[in-house]
Design a protein. Structure first.
Length: 177
């Protein structure tokens, strides 16, 4: 009998699982949105007119943000390697936003002067693999949330049929007219 109770509790928790998954997913979206807003507010960029007044020869600066899926920029060796790669395109490390994001700048005049090598893209915005493990794990979790309660419900029905007492039939007396 405890097996029936346990299986019924586990198979009936699909709504709770879906609610928890939705809360986690909305939390992830909120964190990403806050990160994007932070990037916009950290550094204000001067207008083109202001840039020309400061340095008419260079014509101002251009900026880019290099992102990583994992906290790769925490390692000083990786950070040094990334800065050396970006220096090929004339990019200078402007600020480290966190262990996943770096902001680079370069003079606009270097756009035409520096020719990128075959294995380096000066306008790349991601470092490392762009594969998202979170997406794969969320799909697996969603599949488990859908199939596990169905399987446990099936097992509950089978188990309850085994535990139910068999109906006993007594031979009835022959009917007399």
């Amino acid at each position: 009998m405890p097996e029936v109770l346990l299986l019924s509790l586990m198979s009936g928790s699909l709504g709770v699982s879906a609610l928890l998954y939705h809360q986690w997913w909305s939390w992830q979206q909120q964190v990403n949105q806050e990160r994007d807003e932070e990037e916009e507010q950290l550094t204000t960029y001067p207008s083109k007119e202001e840039q020309r007044q400061v340095s008419p020869k260079l014509g101002g600066w251009e900026f880019k943000i290099l992102r990583s899926r994992r906290n790769q920029f925490h390692d000083p060796d990786v950070l040094r390697k990334v800065c050396q790669e970006e220096a090929q395109g004339g990019w200078i490390l402007f600020e480290k936003l966190d262990d996943r994001r770096l902001r680079f700048k370069r003079p606009m005049a270097l756009r035409e002067k520096i020719k990128p090598s075959a294995n380096y893209d000066p306008y790349r915005s991601y470092y490392g693999s762009r594969f998202e493990w979170e997406s794969l794990l969320s799909v697996i979790l969603l599949m488990m949330m859908a199939t596990l309660p169905a399987y446990l419900g099936y097992r509950l029905v089978i188990l309850s049929q085994r535990l139910a007492p068999l109906p006993t039939t007594t031979p009835s007396a022959p009917l007399r007219p």
